[in-house]
Ligand binder design. Structure first.
Ligand SMILES: C[S@@+](CC[C@H](N)C(=O)[O-])C[C@H]1O[C@@H](n2cnc3c(N)ncnc32)[C@H](O)[C@@H]1O
Length: 180
């Protein structure tokens, strides 16, 4: 079974719709890697929406753009960043931020959360897949939840979902918050 094909064909879109992404949304996929969430998100938001694919790894972004061009997606905007995080988008302009399998790699998580808070619209969604929180961050899921709440987000719900990790499917907990 080609799980990546299944994910990119439809499964990823169904997952992201369940999470809360809709048509015409403006989405940030921070730490997007080669686009396992960016590509389905671009399909869900459609021509009237946009996905900002943000990463510090140029090669991953190159691969993502090649994948998206191959299937004709025109609504992904690549943003190359350094470790410094600054994303330079308009304040209160974004409907959804995805932080999937990335927070354990970010040195200054508070800065990241503050940046994301600034660019999100009021009541907009921030969805976090805190993979590796125990081994890399020495934190339980509840600690992660509290850290994100302390940056000005209200916890909405936790979902146990099948999702794509690198190139295989796995089950995990996704945490959804809203900007206050
Ligand atoms: C494990 S991959 C996850 C990719 C994707 N979110 C997924 O779940 O398939 C983590 C990605 O975050 C990026 N990353 C880590 N720290 C970052 C930072 N401070 N700024 C931007 N990107 C970062 C890495 O370059 C890598 O592409």
């Amino acid at each position: 079974m080609d799980y990546m094909k299944k994910w990119l064909d439809r499964m990823g879109e169904i997952f992201l719709i369940d999470i809360g992404i809709g048509q015409n949304h403006s989405v940030i996929d921070f730490g997007c890697g080669n686009g396992n969430y960016t590509i389905p998100a671009a399909k869900v938001v459609g021509a009237g929406g946009r996905v900002y694919a943000i990463d510090k790894n140029k090669e991953s972004l190159d691969k993502l753009m090649q994948r998206s061009e191959k299937i004709g997606l025109k609504n992904i905007k690549r943003i190359d960043v350094s470790e410094g995080i600054k994303v330079s988008l308009q304040e209160e302009s974004v409907d959804v931020v995805l932080l999937y399998d990335v927070i354990h790699l970010v040195g200054n998580r508070r800065k990241l959360l503050t940046e994301m808070h600034q660019v999100l619209k009021t009541n907009a969604l921030i969805s976090v897949y805190p993979k590796h929180h125990q081994e890399y961050m020495n934190m339980e899921l509840d600690d992660v939840k509290e850290e994100i709440k302390s940056a000005g987000f209200v916890f909405e719900r936790m979902l146990y979902k099948t999702l794509m990790h690198d190139d295989y499917l796995e089950q995990g907990y996704v945490l959804n918050f809203r900007k206050q």
